[in-house]
Write a protein that binds this ligand. Structure first.
Ligand code: F3S
Length: 379
């Protein structure tokens, strides 16, 4: 890979061991993927923040990196942690709490902003069309590439951290025009009446196909777009187009393979993701809720316990208006990376296919996957 004189100095250790280590990671990745050079990034979104997902090995890695005096050179925001940073978290085991705080301390020592949300684009980290970023949260990657028209590969926690410190990423994959065109046409012959339906569509396509789909005949709002991207990314898909909705160039789609998502496909997803009828708690906010989604929960006046996950500033804007004791607004974490299984929860209800998939496969809980409207009422 061609490096500038400044990058050569960074790699040789002239700018400190932390920068050197970050450059070593990025240059190795660039060599693996055949990148010609590094490019500057506008911002970074770092995953691997919850102790539940990175464990002791991840914590030690972060402490070692931080001890090299590495500091982020660009805006670096964090994914959800395993706890709400503003609560006592008395239902979370003490060991988990302590290690979670150590993880956040290491990230903050490296200059990361403890935003702890998977919707950074709704919370102060929103790149412009065509800007290069290095994001690791898969749902945010899909949203950035597809809805905003920014450019990012699906980074790992380690490569995103390296990009934060070096301010660069290797030029390959979705940073290049030729890799961003659609490879599959998806027509939809069933009604998509809710966020849950857009999520089911994304889950089906992400599970059975690879590449970059272009959807025809659908018009989701922000909530539908974020959940569609999250569900697609539950498989390998990190970018999509929607004809007439998303801003990226699509080229000629005439000769592409075409598939249909109809009633049978929707039913297949419902049957796969539903394992229980009457969950312990309803969890809304995968990806984190918009203000509008929170308003919908409040307006529904749920008669059963609902945990609503969102970014911290959204929580502050809305929490005081809630009179219904069944609604609990939670920030900085999510139902998947929280240690729910250690908090006495055995099943949850969700309108997100990504949440349903990981709740079963990462946390081992039962799931009811349904519309928000049906989940919030017990009859
Ligand atoms: Fe966000 Fe957690 Fe879902 S990180 S996309 S709410 S699994």
């Amino acid at each position: 890979m061609e490096l500038t004189r400044e990058e050569e100095r960074m790699l040789s250790g002239d700018m400190g061991e932390g920068v050197q280590k970050a450059m070593e990671i990025l240059v190795s990745i660039g060599d693996i993927y055949g990148a010609e050079r590094l490019i500057p990034v506008r911002s970074v979104q770092i995953s691997g923040v919850s102790y539940k997902t990175i464990g002791d090995a991840g914590l030690e890695f972060l402490k070692d990196f931080a001890s090299l005096n590495a500091r982020a050179g660009v805006l670096a925001t964090l994914n959800p942690a395993g706890i709400d940073l503003e609560l006592e978290n008395s239902d979370v085991p003490e060991g988990f709490l302590r290690k979670q705080r150590e993880i956040l301390k290491a990230y903050e020592a490296m200059g990361a902003v403890p935003s702890c949300t998977c919707t950074p684009y709704l919370a102060g980290n929103k790149p412009g069309f065509g800007e290069h970023v290095a994001w690791a949260e898969s749902s945010a990657v899909a949203y950035a590439n597809s809805v905003i028209g920014a450019r990012t590969n699906r980074e790992s926690a380690i490569t995103a951290l390296a990009s934060a410190i070096a301010g660069r990423t290797p030029l390959y994959g979705l940073h290049l025009d030729e890799n961003r065109l659609p490879t599959l046409r998806v027509s939809v012959s069933t009604e998509l009446a809710s966020v849950k339906d857009f999520s089911a569509l994304g889950y089906y396509v992400g599970k059975h196909f690879d590449g970059i789909p272009i959807f025809e005949g659908i018009k989701p709002g922000v909530e539908g777009l974020k959940t569609l991207g999250a569900a697609l990314a539950t498989g390998k898909i990190t970018m999509f187009h929607i004809a007439g909705v998303t801003p990226n160039e699509t080229g000629d789609t005439g000769g592409l393979e075409e598939i249909d998502f109809g009633e049978d496909e929707k039913r297949e997803v419902m049957e796969e993701l539903n394992t229980c009828e009457d969950p312990d708690v309803i969890c809304i906010g995968c990806p984190h809720c918009t203000i509008d989604e929170m308003r919908q929960v409040i307006a529904a006046n749920p008669d059963r316990e609902v945990w609503v996950y969102t970014a911290r500033q959204n929580k502050h804007r809305i929490a005081e208006r809630i009179k219904n004791p069944n609604i609990r607004i939670i920030s900085d974490t999510c139902m998947v990376v929280q240690p729910l299984e250690e908090m006495g929860i055995t099943s949850i209800g969700t309108n997100s296919a990504k949440c349903a998939f990981y709740t079963r496969n990462l946390s081992g809980l039962d799931v009811r996957f349904d519309t928000m409207r049906k989940l919030l009422k017990s009859d």
